[in-house]
Design a binder for this molecule. Structure first.
Ligand SMILES: C[S@@+](CC[C@H](N)C(=O)[O-])C[C@H]1O[C@@H](n2cnc3c(N)ncnc32)[C@H](O)[C@@H]1O
Length: 296
């Protein structure tokens, strides 16, 4: 593994510790059988997975993997963060959900896993950590059973090129759409799930164009059946609006959760910078969670 991916792995170990305690992921609610579920857009692709084998790439600490098991698949999750995989195994065991988790870099997966899968799935924040989409696509082809389906849900590459550090509402280009081999180094305070977490995060990111993705999959022998560009950021925007609504109703815990979710997603999903600033401001003014103030 190169030095950048090694640095990213350490970052993901640190972020996992933060995420496990975050309101955004709300592990306790999830373990109790509610909370976060697969988004409709995620569920739509592979369709009915009952009785199918499903390989979940870059599964983080396994929440979505566990959900796929709940929808009837026999699941295997893969992630290179040992902290994430340890947490995923513990969470599945705690919930009594059968799931296999493999800890390794996705590029090394053929050395750690055998077999073929009916569905290979990956989603939300995965491609930017990968330097080489051709090798990634070959690995996917290697694990797909004949007639199997690969499904990816990911932020549109166009949303990644805007300046996300500016304070005023303006759309400025900062990052390249056509990116070279060296990663972009991004340093920022906090973590996407917990913007005020006491951490300085350094990310090494590779940007990929739409054609990089499509051609890598096609070159690996996959047949592209559908490629959609849904107005996904509108769904993200709903988190902000719900946060404002809950704040007005005096439901501080709900408002914090919705606003934190919005802020976590915003970078990849919502170019409306003023809303982002407003959400940060609003979050700062909210009382800490758990204050049971009834709406008036
Ligand atoms: C944004 S998370 C994906 C979130 C996941 N879709 C979910 O909903 O929980 C990205 C994950 O990719 C993993 N990752 C990044 N680079 C990787 C690599 N080269 N091999 C394996 N896992 C990797 C990280 O450890 C992290 O858990």
């Amino acid at each position: 593994m190169d030095e950048y991916r090694e640095a990213n792995r350490s970052l993901w170990n640190a972020w996992t510790r933060i995420n496990l305690r975050s309101e955004m992921y709300d592990v306790e609610a999830f373990a109790a059988g509610h909370g976060r579920d697969l988004r409709p857009i995620d569920r739509a692709g592979p369709g009915d997975v009952r009785g199918k084998s499903l390989l979940h790439l870059q599964c983080h600490f396994g929440m979505d993997t566990i959900r796929w098991a709940g929808y009837g698949a026999t699941v295997t999750g893969v992630d290179f963060s040992e902290e994430a995989v340890t947490a995923a195994r513990a969470l599945a065991a705690r919930m009594g959900v059968p799931a296999t988790f493999v800890q390794c870099d996705v590029y090394d997966l053929p050395r750690h896993l055998t077999g073929r899968f009916d569905v290979v799935f990956t989603s939300h924040g995965v491609l930017g950590w990968l330097p080489d989409l051709d090798r990634w696509a070959q690995m996917i082809a290697h694990f797909l059973a004949p007639g199997g389906v690969f499904y990816i849900v990911e932020a549109h590459p166009l949303l990644q090129i805007f300046d996300d550090r500016v304070a005023e509402p303006a759309l400025r280009l900062l990052y390249p759409y056509f990116h070279g081999r060296e990663p972009i180094r991004e340093e920022h305070p906090g973590c996407y799930s917990t913007p005020d977490a006491p951490i300085t995060s350094v990310e090494h990111i590779w940007l990929h164009t739409v054609s990089d993705l499509i051609n890598a999959l096609a070159r690996a022998g996959l047949r592209i059946e559908t490629f959609d560009e849904p107005a996904y950021h509108r769904a993200i925007d709903a988190h902000y609006r719900l946060g404002v609504l809950y704040q007005e109703l005096g439901r501080w815990g709900d408002a914090r959760k919705e606003l934190q979710t919005f802020l976590g997603y915003w970078k990849h999903a919502d170019p409306e910078l003023r809303t982002y600033q407003d959400a940060q401001r609003l979050l700062r003014t909210l009382p800490s969670s758990g204050v049971p103030t009834p709406a008036t």
